[in-house]
Design a protein around this ligand. Structure first.
Ligand code: DAH
Length: 344
C-alpha cells in the first residue's frame, strides 16, 4: 500500500506539471484530492488496517495529501500570473489614450458670460426678462409712444392680432432695454443690474443682420449717480473687455429713454484708428448706446427722479466675438456648423 501511495504521488505530480489551464487544474483536483479519489479512499479505509500498517500508511497518505494541496495552490497562482502576462502582451500601455469629443460653450455664450463677469465684479447683478413682451415695457415706458419715429428703427415682430382700433400690444422684444422698467418696478434703489438676452427684429438676414440676436443692457439707479459714473463704469468695461490700451470715445447720441444720450466707440481693432473697410474709414467702431435715464422713465417706474438719478447702457453682443475673431458673417454664429464652432 505504501508503494501504491508513492506511485500515486508521482503520477499526480507528473500530471500536474502538464496542466496549463484552469479547467484542467480543477479536473486534476477532483481526480487526486476529490471525495472519490484513490487517496481519499485510502484515508477512509485506514480504520480497517492492522495498527502498525495503519500508522505508516496514515502518516504517508496525510503527508501526500497536504503536499498535493500545496502543489495545487502553487499551480493555481502560476496559471493566474500567466493569464495576466498573456493579456499584458496585447496591450501597449505607453500608447496615448484615444481622445473622445467633448462639447464646449458657444462663442456667444462665452461672450455673454465674460461680459456679465466683468459687471458682476463691479457690483452688478444679472437679471433676465421675458422675450415675449408687452408694448408697454418695450416702448411705452421707455418714452417711445405710439407714433414715435424711434419705432421705425426697430422693425417689430408682433405676437397678437390687431385690435379694433388697429393696435397691438404683445411683441417679441426688440431690445433688452425692455427689462429696465420691470426691474425698477420690482427692486427698490440702489439698483445695479445687467440684463442679457435674445432680442428680435423683423429683418431679412445678411452678413450683418439676423432676425434674432443678442443684447445686454445695464442699469444703475441711486442717489447722486452722474455721467461720471457712467463713463467710469464703461471705461472700465472697455479696458477689461477690449484691452488696457484700446482708446475709447464718447459722442452725443439720441435715445428716447435717456437724456443726455451718448454712443461709445472703440478704436478700430483691425486698423488701430487709421481707417479701413471694417470701420468705414473712420478709425472707430461703435459698440454701445448709453445715457442718463430720462426722468420720465424713472417716474413711470415709480422712482422719484428728484431723489434718484440713473444711468443706462445697452449693446449688441454678436458683434463682439465677430470683432475679436474676425468673423465676417453674423449668420455663422447661428448656423450650428461644428467645423466653425469647434474653433472657439
Ligand atoms: N436699446 C438700444 C438699442 O437697441 C441701445 C441702448 C441705448 C440701450 C442707450 C440703453 C441706452 O440702455 O441707454 O439700440
Amino acid at each position: 500500500m505504501l508503494k501504491q501511495l508513492k506511485e500515486l504521488k508521482s503520477s499526480a505530480l507528473k500530471e500536474l506539471e502538464a496542466v496549463s489551464q484552469a479547467k484542467d487544474l480543477e479536473a486534476w483536483r477532483v481526480r487526486y484530492l476529490g471525495k472519490k479519489s484513490q487517496l481519499t479512499n485510502i484515508l477512509r479505509g485506514l480504520a480497517k488496517l492492522p495498527i502498525e500498517e495503519r500508522k505508516q500508511v496514515g502518516a504517508l497518505a496525510n503527508q501526500i495529501k497536504s503536499g498535493l494541496e500545496e502543489n495545487l495552490e502553487q499551480k493555481s497562482q502560476l496559471l493566474k500570473q500567466a493569464k495576466i502576462a498573456a493579456v499584458g502582451e496585447g496591450i501597449d500601455i505607453t500608447l496615448p489614450g484615444r481622445p473622445f469629443p467633448t462639447g464646449r460653450l458657444h462663442p456667444l455664450t462665452q461672450t455673454v458670460t465674460e461680459i456679465c463677469d466683468i459687471f458682476v465684479s463691479m457690483g452688478f447683478q444679472v437679471v433676465e426678462g421675458p422675450e415675449v413682451e408687452w408694448d408697454y415695457y418695450n416702448f411705452e415706458a421707455l418714452n417711445i409712444t405710439r407714433h414715435h419715429p424711434a419705432r421705425d428703427s426697430m422693425a417689430t415682430l408682433w405676437v397678437d392680432a390687431e385690435s379694433e382700433n388697429g393696435q397691438r400690444n404683445m411683441l417679441l422684444r426688440t431690445h433688452t432695454t425692455a427689462v429696465d422698467t420691470r426691474v425698477m418696478e420690482q427692486m427698490p434703489p440702489p439698483i445695479r443690474v445687467v440684463m442679457p438676452g435674445k432680442v428680435y427684429r423683423y429683418e431679412a438676414s445678411d452678413v450683418t443682420h439676423v432676425p434674432m440676436f443678442h443684447q445686454i443692457d445695464g442699469l444703475a439707479v441711486d442717489k447722486n449717480i452722474t455721467m461720471a459714473d457712467l463713463k467710469g463704469t464703461l471705461y472700465e468695461f472697455a479696458r477689461r473687455f477690449f484691452g488696457e490700451d484700446r482708446k475709447v470715445r464718447f459722442r452725443c447720441d439720441y435715445f428716447p429713454f435717456v437724456e443726455p444720450g451718448v454712443e461709445m466707440a472703440i478704436e478700430c481693432l483691425v486698423c488701430g484708428g487709421t481707417g479701413c473697410r471694417l470701420c468705414g474709414n473712420s478709425g472707430w467702431i461703435e459698440v454701445l448706446g448709453a445715457g442718463m435715464t430720462h426722468p420720465r422713465v424713472l417716474e413711470r417706474s415709480g422712482i422719484d427722479p428728484r431723489e434718484y438719478t440713473s444711468f443706462a447702457f445697452g449693446m449688441g453682443i454678436d458683434r463682439l466675438p465677430m470683432l475679436r475673431y474676425g468673423i465676417d458673417d453674423i449668420r455663422l454664429l447661428y448656423g450650428s456648423d461644428l467645423r466653425f464652432l469647434r474653433q472657439f
